[in-house]
Design a binder for this molecule. Structure first.
Ligand code: NAD
Ligand code: UDP
Ligand code: UDP
Length: 367
Protein backbone atom coordinates (compact mmCIF):
# COMPACT_ATOMS: atom_id res chain seq x y z
CA UNK A 1 0.00 0.00 0.00
CA UNK A 2 2.88 2.35 0.85
CA UNK A 3 4.38 1.68 -2.56
CA UNK A 4 0.96 2.37 -4.15
CA UNK A 5 0.77 5.76 -2.38
CA UNK A 6 4.29 6.61 -3.40
CA UNK A 7 3.43 5.86 -7.01
CA UNK A 8 0.30 8.07 -6.80
CA UNK A 9 2.39 10.91 -5.28
CA UNK A 10 4.98 10.51 -7.98
CA UNK A 11 2.33 10.63 -10.72
CA UNK A 12 0.79 13.78 -9.13
CA UNK A 13 4.23 15.41 -8.87
CA UNK A 14 5.05 14.61 -12.49
CA UNK A 15 1.64 15.89 -13.61
CA UNK A 16 1.99 19.18 -11.69
CA UNK A 17 5.59 19.77 -12.74
CA UNK A 18 4.84 19.01 -16.38
CA UNK A 19 1.96 21.48 -16.17
CA UNK A 20 4.07 24.25 -14.64
CA UNK A 21 6.80 23.70 -17.26
CA UNK A 22 4.33 23.82 -20.10
CA UNK A 23 5.23 27.36 -21.23
CA UNK A 24 8.54 29.02 -22.04
CA UNK A 25 9.70 31.22 -19.12
CA UNK A 26 7.99 34.61 -18.90
CA UNK A 27 9.35 37.70 -17.08
CA UNK A 28 7.18 39.34 -14.45
CA UNK A 29 6.26 42.92 -15.33
CA UNK A 30 4.46 45.28 -12.96
CA UNK A 31 1.03 46.60 -14.01
CA UNK A 32 2.72 49.89 -14.97
CA UNK A 33 5.20 48.31 -17.39
CA UNK A 34 3.01 45.51 -18.75
CA UNK A 35 1.39 46.42 -22.07
CA UNK A 36 -1.59 44.94 -23.88
CA UNK A 37 -0.23 44.24 -27.33
CA UNK A 38 -2.08 43.22 -30.49
CA UNK A 39 -0.12 41.42 -33.22
CA UNK A 40 -2.04 41.07 -36.46
CA UNK A 41 -0.63 38.23 -38.56
CA UNK A 42 0.87 36.90 -35.32
CA UNK A 43 0.57 33.25 -36.37
CA UNK A 44 2.83 33.83 -39.39
CA UNK A 45 6.60 33.55 -39.68
CA UNK A 46 7.71 36.94 -38.31
CA UNK A 47 4.60 37.44 -36.14
CA UNK A 48 5.12 34.22 -34.18
CA UNK A 49 8.74 35.14 -33.33
CA UNK A 50 7.57 38.60 -32.27
CA UNK A 51 4.90 36.92 -30.13
CA UNK A 52 7.60 34.84 -28.42
CA UNK A 53 9.70 37.91 -27.61
CA UNK A 54 6.84 40.03 -26.27
CA UNK A 55 5.40 37.14 -24.24
CA UNK A 56 8.80 36.31 -22.74
CA UNK A 57 9.27 40.01 -21.93
CA UNK A 58 6.10 39.73 -19.78
CA UNK A 59 3.47 41.54 -21.89
CA UNK A 60 -0.11 40.51 -22.64
CA UNK A 61 -0.30 39.48 -26.28
CA UNK A 62 -3.35 39.08 -28.48
CA UNK A 63 -2.71 37.45 -31.84
CA UNK A 64 -5.23 38.09 -34.60
CA UNK A 65 -4.86 35.94 -37.71
CA UNK A 66 -7.05 34.49 -40.45
CA UNK A 67 -4.59 31.60 -41.04
CA UNK A 68 -4.20 32.30 -44.75
CA UNK A 69 -0.43 31.73 -44.61
CA UNK A 70 0.00 31.45 -40.83
CA UNK A 71 -0.44 28.36 -38.66
CA UNK A 72 -1.75 27.74 -35.19
CA UNK A 73 1.27 25.49 -34.71
CA UNK A 74 3.57 28.55 -34.78
CA UNK A 75 2.07 29.86 -31.52
CA UNK A 76 0.62 26.67 -30.00
CA UNK A 77 3.22 26.74 -27.19
CA UNK A 78 1.40 29.79 -25.72
CA UNK A 79 -2.17 28.58 -26.01
CA UNK A 80 -3.78 28.57 -22.55
CA UNK A 81 -1.23 31.00 -21.03
CA UNK A 82 -2.96 33.73 -19.01
CA UNK A 83 -1.11 36.50 -20.93
CA UNK A 84 -1.96 35.09 -24.36
CA UNK A 85 -4.98 35.11 -26.61
CA UNK A 86 -5.42 33.84 -30.19
CA UNK A 87 -8.31 35.21 -32.27
CA UNK A 88 -9.27 33.80 -35.66
CA UNK A 89 -10.22 37.02 -37.39
CA UNK A 90 -9.76 38.71 -40.77
CA UNK A 91 -8.49 42.30 -40.43
CA UNK A 92 -10.62 43.30 -43.41
CA UNK A 93 -13.48 43.15 -40.88
CA UNK A 94 -13.59 45.71 -38.04
CA UNK A 95 -12.15 44.65 -34.70
CA UNK A 96 -13.10 46.06 -31.31
CA UNK A 97 -10.65 45.27 -28.53
CA UNK A 98 -8.67 47.29 -25.94
CA UNK A 99 -4.91 47.50 -26.47
CA UNK A 100 -1.90 49.80 -25.92
CA UNK A 101 0.21 48.83 -28.94
CA UNK A 102 -0.54 47.28 -32.33
CA UNK A 103 2.06 45.51 -34.47
CA UNK A 104 0.24 45.35 -37.80
CA UNK A 105 1.78 42.45 -39.76
CA UNK A 106 -1.28 40.85 -41.36
CA UNK A 107 -0.57 40.39 -45.08
CA UNK A 108 0.78 37.58 -47.20
CA UNK A 109 4.48 38.27 -47.78
CA UNK A 110 5.85 35.83 -50.34
CA UNK A 111 5.31 36.71 -54.03
CA UNK A 112 3.37 33.50 -54.92
CA UNK A 113 1.14 34.00 -51.88
CA UNK A 114 0.37 37.68 -52.46
CA UNK A 115 -0.16 37.09 -56.20
CA UNK A 116 -2.50 34.17 -55.49
CA UNK A 117 -5.45 36.44 -54.78
CA UNK A 118 -4.38 40.02 -55.59
CA UNK A 119 -7.77 41.53 -54.70
CA UNK A 120 -7.60 40.03 -51.23
CA UNK A 121 -3.98 41.24 -50.84
CA UNK A 122 -5.17 44.76 -51.70
CA UNK A 123 -8.09 44.56 -49.28
CA UNK A 124 -5.90 43.27 -46.47
CA UNK A 125 -3.34 46.04 -46.90
CA UNK A 126 -5.84 48.86 -47.44
CA UNK A 127 -9.11 48.09 -45.60
CA UNK A 128 -7.24 45.96 -43.05
CA UNK A 129 -4.81 48.80 -42.28
CA UNK A 130 -7.67 51.33 -42.15
CA UNK A 131 -9.43 49.17 -39.55
CA UNK A 132 -6.30 48.83 -37.43
CA UNK A 133 -5.72 52.61 -37.60
CA UNK A 134 -9.39 53.16 -36.66
CA UNK A 135 -8.83 50.85 -33.69
CA UNK A 136 -5.61 52.68 -32.74
CA UNK A 137 -7.44 56.01 -32.91
CA UNK A 138 -10.37 54.81 -30.75
CA UNK A 139 -8.25 53.31 -27.98
CA UNK A 140 -5.25 55.70 -28.23
CA UNK A 141 -2.84 52.88 -29.14
CA UNK A 142 0.44 53.22 -31.03
CA UNK A 143 0.54 51.31 -34.35
CA UNK A 144 3.62 49.88 -36.05
CA UNK A 145 3.13 48.97 -39.71
CA UNK A 146 5.18 46.10 -41.16
CA UNK A 147 5.96 47.80 -44.46
CA UNK A 148 8.47 46.48 -46.95
CA UNK A 149 11.44 47.17 -49.19
CA UNK A 150 8.95 46.51 -52.02
CA UNK A 151 7.79 50.13 -51.63
CA UNK A 152 11.07 50.95 -53.46
CA UNK A 153 9.99 48.61 -56.33
CA UNK A 154 12.78 47.81 -58.81
CA UNK A 155 15.02 50.54 -57.38
CA UNK A 156 17.08 53.05 -59.34
CA UNK A 157 18.91 54.12 -56.17
CA UNK A 158 21.39 51.76 -54.52
CA UNK A 159 21.51 51.01 -51.63
CA UNK A 160 17.97 52.09 -50.78
CA UNK A 161 17.60 54.79 -48.14
CA UNK A 162 14.35 56.02 -46.60
CA UNK A 163 14.36 59.23 -48.68
CA UNK A 164 13.95 57.31 -51.94
CA UNK A 165 10.38 57.35 -53.33
CA UNK A 166 10.64 54.13 -55.27
CA UNK A 167 10.08 52.76 -58.76
CA UNK A 168 6.95 50.62 -58.77
CA UNK A 169 4.94 49.39 -61.75
CA UNK A 170 1.37 50.17 -60.60
CA UNK A 171 -0.22 47.59 -62.89
CA UNK A 172 2.32 44.75 -62.71
CA UNK A 173 1.94 41.41 -60.90
CA UNK A 174 3.65 42.72 -57.73
CA UNK A 175 1.51 45.86 -57.56
CA UNK A 176 -1.20 44.41 -55.30
CA UNK A 177 1.44 44.08 -52.59
CA UNK A 178 3.75 47.02 -53.39
CA UNK A 179 0.99 49.56 -53.91
CA UNK A 180 -1.03 48.04 -51.06
CA UNK A 181 1.88 48.67 -48.67
CA UNK A 182 2.48 52.14 -50.13
CA UNK A 183 -1.15 53.09 -49.46
CA UNK A 184 -0.87 51.52 -46.00
CA UNK A 185 2.05 53.88 -45.29
CA UNK A 186 0.06 56.82 -46.66
CA UNK A 187 -2.83 55.91 -44.37
CA UNK A 188 -0.53 55.80 -41.32
CA UNK A 189 0.64 59.37 -41.96
CA UNK A 190 -2.90 60.60 -42.72
CA UNK A 191 -4.07 59.19 -39.35
CA UNK A 192 -1.02 60.67 -37.66
CA UNK A 193 -1.55 64.18 -39.11
CA UNK A 194 -5.33 64.32 -39.05
CA UNK A 195 -6.17 62.27 -35.95
CA UNK A 196 -2.96 62.37 -33.89
CA UNK A 197 -2.46 58.58 -33.98
CA UNK A 198 1.09 57.57 -33.04
CA UNK A 199 2.58 55.53 -35.90
CA UNK A 200 5.82 53.67 -36.59
CA UNK A 201 6.72 52.36 -40.06
CA UNK A 202 9.27 49.57 -40.49
CA UNK A 203 10.44 48.97 -44.08
CA UNK A 204 11.44 45.34 -43.77
CA UNK A 205 13.96 43.78 -46.17
CA UNK A 206 14.18 40.04 -46.98
CA UNK A 207 14.05 38.02 -43.77
CA UNK A 208 14.44 34.30 -43.14
CA UNK A 209 14.45 31.78 -40.30
CA UNK A 210 12.53 28.98 -38.68
CA UNK A 211 8.74 28.86 -39.14
CA UNK A 212 8.95 30.18 -42.70
CA UNK A 213 6.33 28.26 -44.57
CA UNK A 214 8.10 25.36 -46.32
CA UNK A 215 6.43 25.87 -49.64
CA UNK A 216 5.69 29.56 -49.66
CA UNK A 217 7.88 29.98 -52.74
CA UNK A 218 10.41 32.44 -51.29
CA UNK A 219 13.98 31.92 -52.38
CA UNK A 220 15.34 30.77 -49.00
CA UNK A 221 12.62 28.19 -48.40
CA UNK A 222 12.76 26.97 -52.01
CA UNK A 223 16.55 26.53 -52.11
CA UNK A 224 16.76 24.82 -48.71
CA UNK A 225 13.89 22.48 -49.48
CA UNK A 226 15.31 21.67 -52.91
CA UNK A 227 18.82 21.05 -51.54
CA UNK A 228 17.53 18.82 -48.72
CA UNK A 229 15.45 16.79 -51.17
CA UNK A 230 18.29 16.48 -53.71
CA UNK A 231 16.25 18.41 -56.29
CA UNK A 232 17.70 21.07 -58.64
CA UNK A 233 17.86 24.60 -57.18
CA UNK A 234 15.63 26.80 -59.34
CA UNK A 235 17.21 30.15 -60.19
CA UNK A 236 14.92 32.62 -61.96
CA UNK A 237 16.70 34.52 -64.75
CA UNK A 238 20.50 34.66 -64.77
CA UNK A 239 20.76 34.74 -60.97
CA UNK A 240 22.64 38.06 -61.13
CA UNK A 241 19.82 39.88 -59.28
CA UNK A 242 20.78 40.64 -55.69
CA UNK A 243 19.17 40.48 -52.25
CA UNK A 244 20.39 40.99 -48.69
CA UNK A 245 18.98 38.61 -46.06
CA UNK A 246 18.47 39.20 -42.35
CA UNK A 247 17.81 36.56 -39.71
CA UNK A 248 14.44 36.81 -38.02
CA UNK A 249 15.73 37.45 -34.47
CA UNK A 250 17.50 40.60 -35.70
CA UNK A 251 14.30 41.84 -37.29
CA UNK A 252 12.23 41.17 -34.16
CA UNK A 253 14.70 43.17 -32.03
CA UNK A 254 14.50 46.01 -34.56
CA UNK A 255 10.69 46.02 -34.58
CA UNK A 256 10.44 46.20 -30.78
CA UNK A 257 13.09 48.87 -30.60
CA UNK A 258 11.34 50.96 -33.29
CA UNK A 259 7.93 50.58 -31.63
CA UNK A 260 9.32 51.92 -28.36
CA UNK A 261 11.32 54.75 -29.95
CA UNK A 262 10.11 58.24 -30.81
CA UNK A 263 10.77 57.89 -34.56
CA UNK A 264 7.55 58.29 -36.51
CA UNK A 265 9.13 58.41 -40.00
CA UNK A 266 9.87 55.17 -41.94
CA UNK A 267 12.93 53.13 -40.93
CA UNK A 268 14.67 50.41 -42.99
CA UNK A 269 15.27 47.13 -41.12
CA UNK A 270 17.49 44.69 -42.98
CA UNK A 271 20.95 43.21 -43.27
CA UNK A 272 23.14 45.16 -45.74
CA UNK A 273 25.22 42.10 -46.75
CA UNK A 274 24.31 41.75 -50.42
CA UNK A 275 24.62 38.60 -52.56
CA UNK A 276 23.53 37.57 -56.03
CA UNK A 277 20.86 34.87 -56.07
CA UNK A 278 23.31 32.55 -57.80
CA UNK A 279 25.89 33.00 -55.00
CA UNK A 280 23.13 32.36 -52.58
CA UNK A 281 22.15 29.09 -54.31
CA UNK A 282 25.77 27.96 -54.17
CA UNK A 283 26.06 28.85 -50.48
CA UNK A 284 22.93 26.92 -49.51
CA UNK A 285 24.00 23.95 -51.57
CA UNK A 286 27.37 23.84 -49.82
CA UNK A 287 25.84 24.28 -46.34
CA UNK A 288 23.36 21.46 -46.94
CA UNK A 289 26.25 19.47 -48.34
CA UNK A 290 24.73 17.74 -51.33
CA UNK A 291 25.27 17.94 -55.04
CA UNK A 292 21.95 19.26 -56.38
CA UNK A 293 22.55 21.08 -59.63
CA UNK A 294 21.30 24.56 -60.48
CA UNK A 295 18.44 24.89 -62.93
CA UNK A 296 17.87 28.23 -64.67
CA UNK A 297 14.22 29.15 -65.23
CA UNK A 298 12.73 32.23 -66.98
CA UNK A 299 13.00 35.41 -64.93
CA UNK A 300 10.01 36.61 -62.92
CA UNK A 301 8.20 39.71 -64.24
CA UNK A 302 9.20 43.03 -62.60
CA UNK A 303 11.68 41.23 -60.35
CA UNK A 304 13.75 43.91 -58.53
CA UNK A 305 17.32 43.62 -59.83
CA UNK A 306 19.34 45.06 -56.95
CA UNK A 307 18.24 45.35 -53.37
CA UNK A 308 20.21 46.28 -50.31
CA UNK A 309 19.13 48.40 -47.36
CA UNK A 310 20.87 51.55 -46.24
CA UNK A 311 20.50 51.10 -42.47
CA UNK A 312 22.31 54.22 -41.27
CA UNK A 313 19.08 55.65 -39.88
CA UNK A 314 18.30 52.56 -37.76
CA UNK A 315 21.91 52.46 -36.56
CA UNK A 316 22.00 56.10 -35.61
CA UNK A 317 18.51 56.55 -34.17
CA UNK A 318 17.78 53.10 -32.70
CA UNK A 319 21.32 51.86 -32.07
CA UNK A 320 20.17 48.78 -34.00
CA UNK A 321 22.01 46.63 -36.50
CA UNK A 322 21.86 42.94 -37.43
CA UNK A 323 24.17 40.68 -35.42
CA UNK A 324 23.46 37.16 -36.71
CA UNK A 325 25.89 36.13 -39.50
CA UNK A 326 24.22 34.78 -42.66
CA UNK A 327 25.73 31.29 -42.40
CA UNK A 328 24.73 30.90 -38.76
CA UNK A 329 21.12 31.88 -39.55
CA UNK A 330 21.07 29.59 -42.58
CA UNK A 331 22.37 26.62 -40.58
CA UNK A 332 19.62 27.11 -37.98
CA UNK A 333 17.02 27.36 -40.75
CA UNK A 334 18.36 24.24 -42.51
CA UNK A 335 18.07 22.33 -39.20
CA UNK A 336 14.50 23.55 -38.79
CA UNK A 337 13.56 22.50 -42.33
CA UNK A 338 15.16 19.06 -41.83
CA UNK A 339 13.07 18.50 -38.69
CA UNK A 340 9.96 19.70 -40.53
CA UNK A 341 10.65 17.29 -43.40
CA UNK A 342 10.96 14.43 -40.92
CA UNK A 343 7.71 15.46 -39.29
CA UNK A 344 5.99 15.65 -42.69
CA UNK A 345 7.45 12.31 -43.80
CA UNK A 346 6.06 10.70 -40.66
CA UNK A 347 2.72 12.06 -41.80
CA UNK A 348 3.27 10.82 -45.37
CA UNK A 349 3.39 14.32 -46.86
CA UNK A 350 6.18 15.42 -49.18
CA UNK A 351 6.19 19.22 -49.61
CA UNK A 352 7.13 20.66 -53.00
CA UNK A 353 8.49 24.19 -53.53
CA UNK A 354 6.13 26.65 -55.16
CA UNK A 355 7.21 28.56 -58.27
CA UNK A 356 6.67 32.29 -58.69
CA UNK A 357 4.34 32.19 -61.66
CA UNK A 358 2.25 29.25 -60.55
CA UNK A 359 -1.39 30.22 -60.33
CA UNK A 360 -3.68 27.24 -60.50
CA UNK A 361 -7.19 26.55 -59.31
CA UNK A 362 -9.34 28.80 -57.20
CA UNK A 363 -7.90 30.91 -54.42
CA UNK A 364 -7.95 29.23 -51.03
CA UNK A 365 -9.05 32.43 -49.36
CA UNK A 366 -12.14 34.39 -50.29
CA UNK A 367 -12.17 38.08 -51.11
P1 NAD B 1 3.58 35.29 -43.29
O1 NAD B 1 2.80 35.02 -44.52
O2 NAD B 1 4.29 34.15 -42.63
O3 NAD B 1 2.67 35.99 -42.19
C1 NAD B 1 1.59 36.84 -42.48
C2 NAD B 1 0.46 36.50 -41.53
O4 NAD B 1 -0.66 37.36 -41.79
C3 NAD B 1 -0.05 35.06 -41.68
O5 NAD B 1 -0.14 34.46 -40.42
C4 NAD B 1 -1.39 35.24 -42.37
O6 NAD B 1 -2.28 34.18 -42.09
C5 NAD B 1 -1.84 36.56 -41.80
N1 NAD B 1 -2.85 37.26 -42.61
C6 NAD B 1 -2.83 37.45 -43.95
N2 NAD B 1 -3.94 38.11 -44.34
C7 NAD B 1 -4.67 38.33 -43.21
C8 NAD B 1 -5.92 38.96 -42.96
N3 NAD B 1 -6.67 39.49 -43.95
N4 NAD B 1 -6.38 38.99 -41.68
C9 NAD B 1 -5.66 38.44 -40.66
N5 NAD B 1 -4.47 37.83 -40.85
C10 NAD B 1 -3.98 37.78 -42.10
O7 NAD B 1 4.61 36.45 -43.67
P2 NAD B 1 5.79 37.11 -42.82
O8 NAD B 1 7.04 36.88 -43.55
O9 NAD B 1 5.70 36.70 -41.41
O10 NAD B 1 5.43 38.65 -42.96
C11 NAD B 1 4.86 39.40 -41.93
C12 NAD B 1 4.76 40.86 -42.33
O11 NAD B 1 6.07 41.39 -42.59
C13 NAD B 1 3.93 41.09 -43.59
O12 NAD B 1 3.16 42.26 -43.42
C14 NAD B 1 4.97 41.32 -44.66
O13 NAD B 1 4.49 42.15 -45.67
C15 NAD B 1 6.09 41.98 -43.87
N6 NAD B 1 7.39 41.74 -44.52
C16 NAD B 1 8.00 40.52 -44.45
C17 NAD B 1 9.20 40.33 -45.11
C18 NAD B 1 9.92 38.99 -45.06
O14 NAD B 1 10.94 38.85 -45.71
N7 NAD B 1 9.46 38.03 -44.29
C19 NAD B 1 9.78 41.37 -45.84
C20 NAD B 1 9.11 42.58 -45.90
C21 NAD B 1 7.92 42.76 -45.24
N1 UDP C 1 -12.56 50.37 -36.53
C1 UDP C 1 -12.27 49.16 -35.97
N2 UDP C 1 -12.12 49.08 -34.62
C2 UDP C 1 -12.25 50.15 -33.82
C3 UDP C 1 -12.55 51.41 -34.41
C4 UDP C 1 -12.70 51.48 -35.79
O1 UDP C 1 -12.13 48.15 -36.64
O2 UDP C 1 -12.09 50.01 -32.61
C5 UDP C 1 -12.71 50.46 -38.00
C6 UDP C 1 -14.04 51.04 -38.40
O3 UDP C 1 -14.92 49.97 -38.71
C7 UDP C 1 -13.76 51.88 -39.60
C8 UDP C 1 -12.24 52.03 -39.63
O4 UDP C 1 -11.75 51.36 -38.48
O5 UDP C 1 -14.10 51.21 -40.79
C9 UDP C 1 -11.78 53.47 -39.58
O6 UDP C 1 -12.27 54.03 -38.37
P1 UDP C 1 -12.45 55.60 -38.22
O7 UDP C 1 -13.01 55.85 -36.87
O8 UDP C 1 -11.20 56.30 -38.54
O9 UDP C 1 -13.44 55.97 -39.38
P2 UDP C 1 -15.02 56.03 -39.47
O10 UDP C 1 -15.56 54.91 -38.61
O11 UDP C 1 -15.32 57.38 -38.95
O12 UDP C 1 -15.27 55.85 -40.91
N1 UDP D 1 14.09 33.33 -56.77
C1 UDP D 1 14.75 32.34 -57.46
N2 UDP D 1 14.33 31.05 -57.29
C2 UDP D 1 13.29 30.70 -56.46
C3 UDP D 1 12.63 31.73 -55.74
C4 UDP D 1 13.04 33.03 -55.93
O1 UDP D 1 15.69 32.60 -58.21
O2 UDP D 1 12.99 29.50 -56.36
C5 UDP D 1 14.56 34.73 -56.91
C6 UDP D 1 13.49 35.74 -57.25
O3 UDP D 1 13.29 35.84 -58.63
C7 UDP D 1 14.07 37.01 -56.64
C8 UDP D 1 14.84 36.52 -55.42
O4 UDP D 1 15.08 35.13 -55.65
O5 UDP D 1 14.97 37.61 -57.53
C9 UDP D 1 14.10 36.71 -54.10
O6 UDP D 1 12.81 36.16 -54.22
P1 UDP D 1 11.77 36.02 -53.03
O7 UDP D 1 10.53 35.45 -53.62
O8 UDP D 1 12.39 35.28 -51.89
O9 UDP D 1 11.54 37.50 -52.48
P2 UDP D 1 11.43 38.95 -53.13
O10 UDP D 1 12.64 39.65 -52.63
O11 UDP D 1 11.43 38.88 -54.62
O12 UDP D 1 10.18 39.49 -52.59
Amino acid sequence: RVVGRLIIHLICFLFISSFSQKYPPVKFLSEKDRKRILITGGAGFVGSHLTDKLMMDGHEVTVVDNFFTGRKRNVEHWIGHENFELINHDVVEPLYIEVDQIYHLASPASPPNYMYNPIKTLKTNTIGTLNMLGLAKRVGARLLLASTSEVYGDPEVHPQNEEYWGHVNPIGPRACYDEGKRVAETMCYAYMKQEGVEVRVARIFNTFGSRMHMNDGRVVSNFILQALQGEPLTVYGSGSQTRAFQYVSDLVNGLVSLMNSNISSPVNLGNPEEHTILQFAELIRSLVGNRSHIQFLPEAQDDPQRRRPDIRKAKMMLGWEPVVPLEEGLNKTIQYFSRELEHQANNQYIPKPKTARQKKGRPRQHN
